[in-house]
Design a protein around this ligand. Structure first.
Ligand SMILES: [Ca+2]
Ligand SMILES: [Ca+2]
Ligand SMILES: [Ca+2]
Length: 291
């Protein structure tokens, strides 16, 4: 190699390393925070708080009674968390054990994330597919890493129903399941890339179908009979965590906004994923700090 070329390459390597490394040691530099600010404006939907009707009478027992609930303002992910997003988290934090199982069941043949040369990456063609084979713990850990949290069951239902702009559809965004959801009739037995179906009244995709979504709450069948009116957060303990929305393998009936389902938090399946929320007050705080 010519001396000049070699010299240039060495200088550019040093410059590159300085540019990458120096900001990490400057005060106030916080990768995660920056990620969070940008994702709030581009990847999250503002859901105006207020009073809405949660549940439904005359369907499954755990959905009754129809009752008034108030929730505060919050932001919710426009899409289910994807394999590409989950890999960013795994490459920073690792795949840890919690509750007796790994956050991501990477040994399961259905899992669309691989570990190669110590790095997690989506299987080719699966970047934009929703993460699945993830436990409730794995969902909650991702949310915490992203400075977000899992939605309460009440927040999830308020958002799925279209917030204060709700048209009171059966499914999130329509009474026609095919226009808004991947489910047993149209999915060909697999999840699809997020955001391909029509969004709901306030711009959120795939709340009905594609993958079930873990919520923060413990599940209890009779919870609605005596749940608090304001910002309910579920029973104080339990055995199952709440799942919402139905999946690519569900019957239409399970896609309903009011439908409730549940699973054991340390278990993972090829039809369960999640999305995250941030409280409105948290976002205000971040925006104020930015000014
Ligand atoms: Ca979903
Ligand atoms: Ca149900
Ligand atoms: Ca599994």
């Amino acid at each position: 190699m010519e001396k000049k070329v070699k010299y240039y390459l060495e200088i550019s390597t040093v410059l590159f390393l300085l540019l990458v490394l120096i900001p990490r040691f400057l005060p106030g530099f916080d990768n995660k925070k920056i990620a969070k600010e940008s994702t709030i404006t581009t990847d999250m939907i503002f859901v105006k708080g207020g009073t809405f009707l949660m549940g439904i009478d005359n369907e499954e027992d755990d959905e009754k009674p129809l009752h008034k609930v108030y929730v505060d303002d919050f932001y919710i992910d426009k899409h289910e968390v994807t394999n590409a997003q989950y890999c960013l988290f795994l490459n920073e934090i690792g795949n840890q054990k919690e509750g007796g199982t790994f956050w991501l069941d990477i040994a399961d043949l259905d899992c669309n994330i691989l570990k190669q040369a110590g790095k997690y990456m989506p299987v080719v063609g699966y970047d934009d597919h929703p993460i699945h084979e993830v436990t409730w713990y794995g969902a909650a850990a991702y949310a915490k890493w992203a400075n977000k949290r899992l939605p309460t069951e009440a927040e999830w239902e308020h958002a799925a129903r279209g917030g204060l702009k709700s048209n009171v559809y059966d499914y999130s965004g329509s009474n026609d399941a095919d226009s808004v959801a991947w489910y047993e009739k149209n999915s060909e037995e697999a999840a699809h890339p997020v955001g391909e179906k029509k969004y709901n009244e306030i711009g959120i995709h795939d709340m009905s179908g594609n993958v079930w979504e873990w919520c923060a709450d413990w599940y209890r069948k009779d919870y609605y009979e005596k749940s608090p009116f304001e910002n309910p957060t579920g029973p104080s303990d339990g055995f199952y965590r709440v799942l919402r929305g139905g999946s690519w393998g569900s019957e239409k009936y399970d896609l309903r906004c009011a439908n409730r389902h549940y699973s054991i938090p340390k278990e993972s399946f090829n039809n369960i994923g999640f999305r995250c929320v941030v409280s409105g007050v948290e976002v205000e705080k971040i925006l104020k700090e930015k000014k």
